[in-house]
Design a protein around this ligand. Structure first.
Ligand code: NAP
Length: 248
């Protein structure tokens, strides 16, 4: 049976490392992206050149119509999804809560939380053994920020990641008898472009000394954790919040 994975925000950073590793482990992969079509196409071409199967689909996963189109495209081109990685997440310029706008709160929560709800809903519809599906796995990409709160930097982002933790716990219970496992990986500080969005491109190197393991993480290390959570090796793990932050 085909294993089909959807990786939201699968074109860059942690999502790109996950898409590539998933292909190497035998999944047909849908690389979702929002605006950087070149990055998505480069990754798709690389996977196909390695002998894998991949499609790149533009969709803003905070928008319901886009999510419906994304999953319909996957149905038609790869078959029903068996693994979903809710990887999309944004943060905005570092600052204090008193200086943040309502529009920013909406953007962060829509992109980080509503996207996860919408994509999980579409995946559960297709995976659930109650509706004739063959089960599957969902991994949400949370953040260590839900433990430390990111005060003075981006509490809105940290709060959105707290919602991801709770969604993981609740949904894992809701679909536990439907052949679906739901888990969350909470990365620490990882070398990706996301830190530039917060106005701090060198953040990983600046904070490396605060990590007990004395270094930032690589996207590939998070991808390995995600693939483990989706694979048979973790068959009795569901509702877990797995910290991958070098003990930070
Ligand atoms: P990144 O390098 O900034 O990549 C973001 C990806 O998400 C890109 O593929 C981007 O597509 C896509 N994207 C953004 N908004 C989207 C939307 N509305 N719809 C569809 N795609 C969208 O991010 P990252 O650092 O790899 O982060 C991935 C996840 O890990 C996030 O949930 C983040 O919160 C979490 N995380 C990261 C770190 C870290 O240190 N990097 C730490 C803890 C948690 P385009 O290029 O087309 O815009």
């Amino acid at each position: 049976m085909n294993q089909v994975m959807v990786v939201t925000g699968g074109s860059r950073g942690i999502g790109a490392a996950t898409s590539l590793l998933a292909s190497r482990r035998g999944y047909a992969v849908c690389i979702n992206y929002r605006s950087d079509a070149d990055a998505a196409e480069r990754l798709r071409a690389r996977i196909v050149a390695e002998g894998g199967a991949a499609i790149a689909v533009q969709a803003d996963v905070g928008v319901e119509a886009d999510v419906l189109r994304l999953f319909a495209t996957v149905d038609a081109e790869l078959g029903p999804v068996t693994a979903l990685v809710n990887n999309v997440g944004i943060l905005e310029t570092q600052g204090k809560l008193v200086d943040m706008s309502a529009e920013r709160f909406q953007r962060v929560f829509t992109t980080n939380v509503v996207s996860c709800l919408l994509c999980s809903r579409e995946a559960v519809k297709r995976m659930s053994t109650l509706s004739g599906g063959r089960g599957g796995g969902i991994v949400n990409v949370g953040s260590g920020a839900s433990r430390h709160g990111a005060g003075g930097v981006y509490v809105d982002y940290a709060a959105s990641k707290g919602a991801i933790d709770v969604l993981t716990l609740g949904l894992s219970k809701e679909v536990g008898a439907e052949g679906i496992r739901v888990n969350c990986v909470r990365p620490g500080i990882i070398y990706t472009d996301i830190h530039a969005s917060g106005g701090d491109p060198d953040r990983v190197d600046k904070l490396a000394a605060t990590v007990p393991m004395q270094r930032g993480g690589q996207p590939e290390e998070i991808a390995e954790t995600i693939l483990w959570l989706l694979g048979p090796q973790s068959s009795y793990v569901s509702g877990a919040l797995v910290d991958a932050g070098g003990a930070r």
